[in-house]
Design a protein around this ligand. Structure first.
Ligand SMILES: NC(=O)c1ccc[n+]([C@@H]2O[C@H](COP(=O)([O-])OP(=O)(O)OC[C@H]3O[C@@H](n4cnc5c(N)ncnc54)[C@H](O)[C@@H]3O)[C@@H](O)[C@H]2O)c1
Length: 265
């Protein structure tokens, strides 16, 4: 996408952290920005912050698990701003624990928000985006935990791996259309999710997290660059994660080479 002025973005989980970082960046680019979230206090604060930059802001309480509620939001946005050109399926919840230690209801809830939320967003907004015939972009917020299975992330990591897969297949579906896709894979971004995590760990781990954390506003800028340049994967840091990615690729290729050795010559 090259034109941003007076175009419209809808960002779920947009009242806080990464979503708000994206919202601020896109507002500064001249876009109308609609943030959706389930926390009214955060919505009020974020709306005030964004309105200090532009008046073309809407803040709506919407749960991404409800397709009908998203449908209403789509209609509300169209009445005020017209069709959405940028959809950021960003709302997400955590769920780090071992597989056996994660109760079934948590497994289901995390998939409902982190995977079905984006599916609902796509099913509601993508047909409208395609119908408009305009250039558009969808950003799905996954995680580096959707790229590499490190730590104990059970239901969270599984939902984020699924979201990377969904994004790759969506990209294939949308070849030859005006709509492009990116999948955002932050490792550690400085947001309230990470603040909550920091309270549970010892001083040494806290320091490590602080050292790795990328500011949410920087992530917003990385997302904007990816939209402008039609980049599919958005990695927010290339230092702490590079070795993990290399190891995953090496392990897979080594398995393939063992099972199907390359013929000489
Ligand atoms: N912060 C990180 O280090 C990090 C790393 C990797 C991935 N992520 C992902 O980034 C996204 C944003 O996380 P964040 O760190 O900014 O956290 P955050 O808690 O600051 O923001 C997430 C927002 O989503 C909202 N939300 C939760 N459930 C919702 C629902 N059902 N419907 C609508 N809104 C809902 C929350 O109210 C919250 O305001 C998440 O998908 C998260 O998994 C974050």
């Amino acid at each position: 996408m090259k034109e941003f002025i007076n175009k419209t973005a809808f960002i779920t989980g947009g009242a806080s952290g990464i979503g708000l970082g994206i919202a601020k960046t896109l507002v500064k680019e001249g876009m109308n920005v609609v943030i959706g979230d389930v926390q009214d206090d955060r919505l009020d604060r974020a709306e005030a912050e964004l309105k200090a930059i532009s008046n073309n802001i809407m803040a709506v309480n919407v749960d991404v698990c409800s397709r009908s509620a998203l449908q209403e939001v789509a209609e509300m946005i169209e009445r005020r701003f017209g069709t959405v050109q940028v959809l950021c399926n960003n709302a997400g919840i955590g769920g780090g624990a071992k597989v056996l230690e994660t109760p079934d209801d948590r497994w289901r809830r995390v998939q409902e928000v982190n995977l079905w939320g984006p599916i609902n967003g796509i099913k509601v907004f993508l047909p409208r985006m395609l119908e408009s015939g305009e250039e558009g972009h969808i950003v799905n917020t996954s995680s580096f935990s959707g790229i590499h299975g490190h730590g104990n992330q059970s239901c969270y990591g599984a939902s984020k791996f699924a979201l990377v897969g969904l994004s790759e297949f969506l990209r294939n579906d949308l070849t030859d259309t005006e709509v492009s896709v990116s999948v955002l894979c932050p490792h550690v971004a400085d947001t309230p999710i990470i603040d909550a995590l920091k309270e549970k760990v010892n001083d040494q781990v806290r320091e490590m997290i602080e050292d790795m954390a990328v500011p949410a506003d920087t992530v917003g800028q990385q997302v904007l660059n990816a939209i402008k340049n039609q980049e599919f994967y958005i990695f927010c840091d290339g230092t702490h994660t590079r070795k993990m990615l290399e190891k995953r690729c090496e392990d897979m290729l080594a398995a393939m080479d063992r099972q199907f050795p390359k013929e000489e010559g």
